[in-house]
Design a protein around this ligand. Structure first.
Ligand code: NAD
Ligand code: UD1
Length: 363
């Protein structure tokens, strides 16, 4: 039941933080990639750098909003500017090459924004996934890795959190991730042939060790790691620590931080498994299985950067929990993969990116 493992991979949202690293890892594994991205939260420059890191020559405009790097035969990166909700844009992506599999990263991800604009989140995250599934069906492509999130566990009290923990999202962003997983499960059950992996990420951080690609949030970041990096580089004066009275050793929240390169390699492993085994529907946590507090991360970042990260205690953030740590054993078992990079490496690589690109790709 093995599937062709050298076909082109479509990566939606491939210019974003996680998608750009996954694109690089797949190119380096010898896969040609078509990226479909509307650049609503990213820039083409990220992909130009991915192509250069992968050793692909040229970065040529092939049509308005489309680029290509690499030889006409052999490994290449093709880029299509477009929206996953638009049939015509999906058709343009599928027209670049015969697509064997899709990694679906495109979506909106800010929790607070999702509370203010739930319809937009449902439209992009759920509507976009639905359109993508329809296009895949039309093109006979049945292999999909979906970017899910540990956010759908809500305020889970039991740690480590395994995949069998209840799905109980507490915000619209989490609801859309749960809904897409449901949609994919229904599609997989409706006809044989689908090979689908829902990967539930914990807290992805860090950057490629070259410092050439990394996270480039527009406006004020929402998450701890980019906030800490921006304080270290002097873009922000200090960090607000949301709660020093949690029931943890130092009173601050504990999370499972996973290096973005480990996460990207987890996608390569998930794709390999889907292509090698019989059609199936898989749900796996991607985390390190280790927890670190806010203050541990601050200290690790200070050590990696040699810069102070001033902080101030602030009230707890609504919707936060004390501890979130993945039970990463199922992914280790099924994918023969584990998150191998330490928190210190996350900080070292995150700092290399931040220091070389204090204003992200805009520099
Ligand atoms: P990101 O915003 O950096 O990347 C998302 C990419 O999708 C961007 O390049 C954006 O321009 C693109 N995009 C957005 N809407 C689109 C649309 N309608 N059509 C085409 N492209 C579109 O985010 P990220 O951190 O790389 O996250 C990628 C995926 O992983 C998202 O689905 C997110 O929900 C999920 N996820 C992220 C985290 C995290 O902490 N970063 C955690 C769990 C899950
Ligand atoms: C947040 C989202 C979650 C999403 C995840 C990854 C919320 C409530 N949850 O999770 O849905 O899946 O990002 O994108 O937004 N912290 C501070 N000061 C800050 C920012 C954060 O002390 O300025 C603390 C938090 O309280 C938490 C830890 O740092 O203890 C990590 O926060 P963050 O990076 O936002 O991730 P999560 O809260 O795990």
């Amino acid at each position: 039941m093995e599937q062709e493992a050298d076909s082109t991979v479509l990566i939606t949202g491939g210019a974003g933080f996680l998608g750009s690293h996954a694109t690089l890892v797949l190119l380096e594994a010898g896969r040609s990639v078509v990226v479909l991205d509307d650049f609503s939260n990213s820039r083409p420059e990220a992909l130009r750098r991915v192509a250069a890191l992968a050793g692909l020559d040229g970065w040529t405009a092939t049509a308005p909003g489309q680029w290509r790097a690499g030889p006409s035969t052999g490994v290449s990166l093709q880029v299509v500017t477009g929206d996953v909700r638009r049939v015509g844009d999906l058709e343009a992506a599928f027209a670049q090459a015969p697509i064997g599999a899709v990694l679906h990263f495109a979506g909106l991800k800010a929790v607070a924004e999702s509370v203010r604009q739930p319809l937009r989140y449902w439209q992009v995250n759920v509507g976009g996934s639905l359109r993508l599934l329809e296009a895949m069906t039309a093109h006979g492509c049945r292999t999909l890795v979906f970017s899910s999130s540990a956010t759908l566990y809500g305020l889970c009290e039991q740690v480590p959190i395994s995949e069998s923990a209840p799905v109980q999202p507490i915000n619209p962003y989490g609801s859309t991730k749960a809904a897409v997983e449901r949609l994919l499960a229904d599609a997989a059950a409706s006809e044989p042939g689908w090979r689908i992996a829902c990967l539930r990420y914990f807290n992805p951080v860090g950057a490629h060790p070259s410092g050439r690609i990394g996270e480039d949030p527009s406006g004020l970041p929402n998450n701890l790691f980019p906030l800490v990096s921006q304080v270290a580089v002097g873009r922000l004066p200090q960090l607000q620590v949301y709660g020093c009275d949690w029931p943890t050793a130092d009173g601050t929240g504990i999370r499972d931080y996973i290096h973005v390169m480990d996460l990207a390699e987890g996608h390569r492993a998930a794709l390999a498994l889907l292509e090698q085994e019989s059609p199936q529907f898989l749900t796996l946590n991607l985390g390190s299985g280790r927890g670190h507090s806010v203050l541990e991360l601050v200290r690790a970042f200070e050590a990696a950067s040699g810069r102070p990260v001033p902080w101030q205690a602030a009230p707890r953030r609504p919707g936060d929990s004390a501890v979130s740590i993945a039970d990463a054993s199922a992914a280790q078992r099924r994918l023969d993969w584990r998150a191998s990079r330490s928190l210190d490496e996350c900080c070292r690589d995150g700092w290399a990116w931040q220091q070389a690109n204090p204003h992200g790709y805009g520099d």
